[in-house]
Design a protein around this ligand. Structure first.
Ligand code: Y39
Ligand code: FE
Ligand code: FE
Ligand code: FE
Length: 231
């Protein structure tokens, strides 16, 4: 009943409650897009044969960032970028370490699978409850996120046999971090009419599909997904 009541409650985008939640969620998205931009530049260096395509993806990410900055300005919200940096620090650190070790499979799992699936889930859940300005921006962005996820899927599928062990290990290390991140923003997401259950469900569908496209069996996917639960 509470969910039904929430669903029909008008969202007041100008209220202090909404804007306070937005200052953190909007910052997370801006910081996420900035880090995604940097991550694709790093990946372009690690994968010379896909250099130009990855630079193209990195440029899309900076356009996404600009779009979401405009969404914040539109609501007269100042993004809490310090909060957002801390929010991403676990995945950021793991990506940096993997890149320094030349572990491209781990880098792709973190950015092109986990972070892209997180973005797709969040944007899909946000679109129906966004203000008109942000909805149009987010609709354009989410289409491109699917192409980023696709890059990771295609590369990892082509290198599945030799990547499998590293993918399992990177999944075990990073999936629990995503669960902790979701728990951290559950309250703010709720204020914006985005329910955690819906975010988790959408994330697991995207991530499970991606693992299946890469070559994992249903049995593997169940096992890999279970690491989210122990966060
Ligand atoms: O590839 C991308 O563009 C991803 C970086 C952007 C991350 C978006 C993270 C969204 C999480 C929002 C959490 C809301 C509950
Ligand atoms: Fe509620
Ligand atoms: Fe993006
Ligand atoms: Fe992306």
């Amino acid at each position: 009943m509470q969910q039904l009541a929430d669903q029909f409650k008008e969202l007041d985008f100008k209220s202090e409650t909404y804007k306070d939640a937005y200052s953190r969620i909007n910052a997370i998205v801006i910081e996420g897009e900035q880090e995604a931009h940097e991550n694709y530049i790093t990946l372009a260096q690690l994968l010379p044969e896909s250099h130009d395509e990855l630079i193209r993806l990195s440029k899309m990410e900076s356009r996404h960032k600009k779009g979401f900055e405009a969404c914040g300005r539109n609501l007269q919200v100042t993004p809490d970028l310090q909060f957002a940096k801390e929010f991403f620090s676990g995945l950021h650190q793991n990506f940096q370490t993997a890149a320094a070790d030349g572990k491209v499979v781990t880098c792709l799992l973190i950015q092109s699978l986990i972070i892209e699936c997180f973005a797709i889930a969040a944007y899909n859940i946000y679109i129906p409850v966004a203000d008109d300005f942000a909805r149009k921006i987010t609709e354009g962005v989410v289409k491109e996120e699917y192409s980023h996820l696709n890059f990771g899927e295609v590369w990892l599928k082509e290198h599945f046999t030799e990547s499998k062990a590293e993918l399992e290990q990177a999944n075990r290390q990073n999936l629990p971090i995503v669960w902790r991140m979701l728990n951290q923003v559950e309250g703010d997401a709720h204020t914006m009419a985005m329910e955690k259950d819906a975010l988790v469900e959408d994330f697991m569908i995207q991530y499970g599909e991606a693992l299946s496209n890469i070559g994992f069996t249903t049995r593997d996917i169940m096992r890999l997904s279970a690491y989210g639960l122990i966060a």
